[in-house]
Write a protein that binds this ligand. Structure first.
Ligand SMILES: NC(=O)c1ccc[n+]([C@@H]2O[C@H](COP(=O)([O-])OP(=O)(O)OC[C@H]3O[C@@H](n4cnc5c(N)ncnc54)[C@H](OP(=O)(O)O)[C@@H]3O)[C@@H](O)[C@H]2O)c1
Length: 248
């Protein structure tokens, strides 16, 4: 909508959808941006654009050409490239940027967590922990386990492409996942190691609870570093920030 003050929400997360809904409800013109990785994505309310911008320069061009007055990067904690582009692109275009990022998970009593820096490190770590691995790290990360002889149950939204581990069963599913099902899954498949990224949030946390109850070790991948930028942890704080930016 030419000439209308627009807020760009970089999305692909539940928080981004909630923010788009909240801002739309308040009469703010929001465009949500999705990468286009998932075949049938959950769409936020309001206007949506799909596909990469072409790096930081492309993002800077997009915000300038589309009357964007503020950007909220609500992408997934592991979406590092778009995070970098958001910081560089908004700085080039001189548009304010907020990072909306949910808190990471923390181990509690009874958890047996093994933190690693990457999926490659996770593939090494599992060799000392077990033989029947529940992989919940997403379709794009499966190649890291391609050389592993263990048996894998891999849960992903869309079918993965090779290379894959030789002994693997794919479970196509999409969160949120409840505890009853997570318990049943870990029991039915006799899982003895869980591999996850530190995505945080409540939608996929039940697998960690089920693993704790069963004494199953968890290999958990640390979040990649992102450039330092103003950050909030919840949708309501992000809504306040946008309101403040629109008042200016
Ligand atoms: N990584 C995960 O574990 C994960 C989990 C759940 C959801 N997601 C969501 O899935 C999307 C892709 O994740 P990823 O890890 O592949 O990201 P990534 O590695 O940071 O991004 C790769 C490229 O995809 C494009 N892109 C990513 N997010 C975009 C967005 N919201 N709007 C427009 N373009 C976007 C950008 O292309 P250009 O350089 O051409 O601009 C970016 O350079 C993200 O939106 C993220 O929120 C990711």
């Amino acid at each position: 909508m030419a000439g209308v003050q627009t807020v760009l929400v970089l999305g692909g997360t539940a928080e981004a959808r909630a923010l788009a809904a909240e801002l739309t409800e308040r009469g703010v013109h929001v465009v949500s941006s999705l990468a286009g990785r998932v075949a049938n994505p959950r769409l936020p309310v309001g206007e949506v654009r799909i596909g990469g911008f072409g790096g930081a320069d492309g993002l800077a061009r997009y915000v300038t050409e589309n009357d964007v007055v503020a950007v909220v990067d609500a992408t997934h904690p592991f979406a590092q490239r778009i995070g970098n582009s958001a910081v560089k692109g908004t700085s080039q275009a001189k548009i304010p940027l907020l990072r909306l990022e949910r808190k990471g998970w923390e181990a509690g009593p009874g958890d047996d967590w093994h933190w690693v820096g990457s999926l490659d490190d996770a593939a090494t770590k599992i060799t000392e922990l077990g033989e029947r691995i529940f992989l919940t790290s997403g379709r794009q990360g499966l190649a890291a386990f391609a050389g592993c002889p263990q048996w894998f149950l891999a849960r992903c939204v869309d079918p993965p492409e090779p290379p894959l581990p030789p002994n693997i069963e794919i479970l196509l599913d999409r969160g949120p996942y409840d505890l009853v099902r997570e318990r049943a899954l870990q029991d039915e498949y006799r899982i003895d190691v869980l591999v996850t990224k530190d995505s945080g949030g409540t939608m996929t946390v039940a697998k960690l609870v089920a693993a704790r109850e069963r004494g199953i070790p968890v290999v958990i991948v640390r979040r990649p570093a992102r450039p330092v930028t103003e950050t909030v942890g919840d949708v309501s704080a992000a809504t306040d920030w946008v309101s403040e930016m629109l008042r200016k």
